[in-house]
Write a protein of this length. Structure first.
Length: 170
């Protein structure tokens, strides 16, 4: 397992889809991009900004349940990519028993930010799907003035503000 951190939540300009960027903590500092849904991006953004809602959101509720059951989220692991879908596990310890609970990476990360807990990626997955820091640096250099980081954040905020409940219906 390779420990990573959430380095950013961005919007892919080509698909207008939120993407998580998980970067390994040690060299070679590869980054694993994972495309996620808008509600999950919002949940992660709320956690990063430490915004408290009047009532618990789903990830806050799960955090509260884990704590009330005298358990600990010790880590999350992004385990594999199968048929274009990433899989993750919550590693929860209660007493002397360890549970590996299947989860979507976005939900696992939203929870890990709230608790906090370390994030890991399976070695072979990061080897196969990770993007080197040099490639990301080249991409940043190729940004035009219209695509600077501040504008990307603004576009992401606009994307979130324009969301309506109907956008999530079947």
């Amino acid at each position: 397992m390779i420990e990573v951190e959430l380095s950013a939540v961005r919007v892919d300009l080509r698909s207008n889809t939120p993407v998580l960027l998980l970067q390994e903590l040690t060299k070679p500092k590869r980054t694993l991009p994972i495309f996620i849904g808008a509600p999950e991006a919002t949940a992660i953004a709320l956690a990063i900004q430490e915004i408290e809602t009047p009532r618990p959101m789903t990830h806050d509720l799960l955090k509260n349940v884990i704590e009330e059951l005298e358990s600990r989220l010790t880590s999350i692991i992004i385990t594999e990519l199968r048929d274009s879908t990433y899989y993750a596990e919550l590693v929860v310890v209660r007493g002397s028993k360890t549970y590996h609970i299947s989860a979507r990476p976005s939900d696992a990360i939203a929870l890990a930010i709230r608790i906090p807990a370390p994030i890991y990626v399976a070695d072979d997955l990061l080897e196969a799907e990770g993007i080197s820091a040099e490639i990301l640096d080249e991409d940043r250099e190729n940004l035009t003035e219209e695509q600077n980081p501040e504008q990307l954040v603004g576009e992401f905020r606009e994307f979130l503000e324009d969301l309506k409940p109907e956008d999530f219906s079947g």
